[in-house]
Design a protein around this ligand. Structure first.
Ligand code: RNT
Ligand code: ZN
Length: 424
């Protein structure tokens, strides 16, 4: 497909758009800069359908599923890093990279997940340093024989011990990332423990999970190296009736421990949006981690798009003024389409939503609200929907040195032909 917007066309459309926004008191240049500066943690697991490097055939268990068999998934660290680097050339703005414990590279040895150490992530850390891409991290409580029933909430003390040690080991690795990059790495704890049918005992597993988390978090970590986060979920496949780590559980826990709460946009009731939760929770926790995803019927992990839902979350983060205490991450996995394109679509859509939020003349909304002119507030919201936003977005891409509009398609096609299709 030929991209019709060249540099000149982008600049002239932008010049007009800039004037329109200036009329509303908005500095488009400042908004572009700010939008480009928001670090987005891109998830490694879209590159290989959450398979990891432990020799598994694919993602298994945990109530999450990657469907599809598009050719060319990354099969090892070198391929995943190469695919990521290529995807990053098409994604504007600051980026981080989010790893999972099962992406360790222990040099052909099979090291159990409770025995992994920072050295097993040496290649990732060297890459991170060389490319100046800060890393984030996740314990991996799925795709493992010991996680078939439950992990840190298990009634079996030896299984619980394994996963507590795993989580503590992951936290040390995250801390090593933090040392390596000179700024904290987020360590997110999500586990799938729950029950398909109505449980008789809802308290026991929650008590055990709380005790397990207490033990993991009790280990002191070097100051400023790791940000602990806990991620809730309403339900998953196989945990329709009960999830141990529910929203109330982790919200209570994060507030009590003063750690980060992770809200995944796909982890709530389909009509429930997390936009309204930001300001409420921000008052009680040191920070939030947002997993930008797209829930669709039973699935919480479709490719993130520029949807009303996501736009509202971004607006709310910006309006509330909490960008500084919110870590932004992507979380989805689609194996049915070109995986690089999936990264590019989700990442671009998210930054687009942040740019739009930063361009909102929100001062006018607040003034209308304060003056009791609610009709005007509503009318302004309607007016803002048709501001010449796309011209500013194109300019952001131009400034960032990434293809404008559909200009990235051809690059992905080339990479698919020359690299991905050769992986058999
Ligand atoms: C699952 C959670 C979790 C995972 C990743 C792979 O529902 O959203 O964040 O997607 O850890
Ligand atoms: Zn998530």
């Amino acid at each position: 497909m030929k991209e019709y917007r060249n540099g000149e066309a982008v600049e002239s459309a932008y010049a007009m758009a800039k004037d329109v926004y200036a009329g509303f008191g908005v500095d488009t240049g400042k908004a572009i800069k700010e939008a480009l500066g928001i670090p987005v943690s891109v998830h490694c697991w879209q590159g290989d359908d959450v398979t990891g490097f432990e020799g598994a055939q694919g993602l298994s268990g945990g109530g999450i599923i990657a469907t599809g068999n598009y050719p060319g998934k990354a099969r090892n660290g070198d391929e995943l890093r190469a695919d990521t680097e290529f995807a990053f050339t098409l994604i504007p703005g600051e980026k981080r990279y989010n790893l999972h414990m099962h992406y360790a590279e222990p040099d052909g040895k099979a090291v159990p997940r409770d025995k992994l150490e920072p050295g097993h992530f040496r290649k990732w850390m060297d890459w991170s340093k060389a490319k100046k891409i800060p890393l984030d991290f996740n314990s991996t409580f799925f795709s493992h024989p010991l996680a078939e029933d439950a992990s840190m909430s298990s009634a079996d003390s030896s299984i619980r011990r394994f996963w507590i040690d795993h989580c503590a080991a992951a936290r040390k690795i995250a801390s090593a990332f933090g040392e390596n990059q000179g700024s904290p790495a987020v360590h997110d704890i999500w586990l799938p423990d729950g029950s398909k049918d109505l449980p008789a005992d809802r308290l026991g597993p929650r008590q055990r999970l709380k005790d397990a988390l207490d033990e993991v978090l009790a280990a002191p970590m070097p100051q400023g190296t790791v940000l602990d986060a806990v991620e809730c979920k309403l339900f998953g496949i196989g945990s329709e009736s009960y999830v141990v780590g529910s929203h109330e559980f982790y919200m209570g826990y994060a507030v009590q421990k003063q750690i980060y709460l992770c809200l995944d946009t796909g982890h709530f009731h389909p009509t429930e949006t997390i936009a309204d939760k930001i300001s409420a929770i921000a008052l009680f926790v040191p920070g939030l981690l947002i997993h930008f995803s797209r829930g669709l019927r039973w699935d919480s992990d479709h490719v993130t798009t520029y949807s009303d839902d996501i736009r509202e979350v971004c607006r709310e983060i910006v309006r509330t003024g909490v960008l500084g205490k919110v870590n932004i991450a992507l979380d989805y996995f689609d194996a049915s389409i070109n995986r690089i394109a999936a990264w590019v679509i989700g990442s671009r859509s998210l930054r687009k939503a942040f740019l739009e939020a930063l361009l909102e003349p929100s001062g006018l909304l607040v003034s209308a609200e304060k003056a009791g002119k609610k009709h005007e507030r509503l009318a302004l919201l309607e007016e803002f929907k048709t501001l010449p936003f796309s011209a500013v977005w194109d300019k952001l891409c131009l400034d960032a040195g990434v293809p404008v509009g559909t200009g990235w398609f051809a690059h992905v096609d080339d990479y698919e032909d020359s690299v991905l299709r050769k992986r058999v």
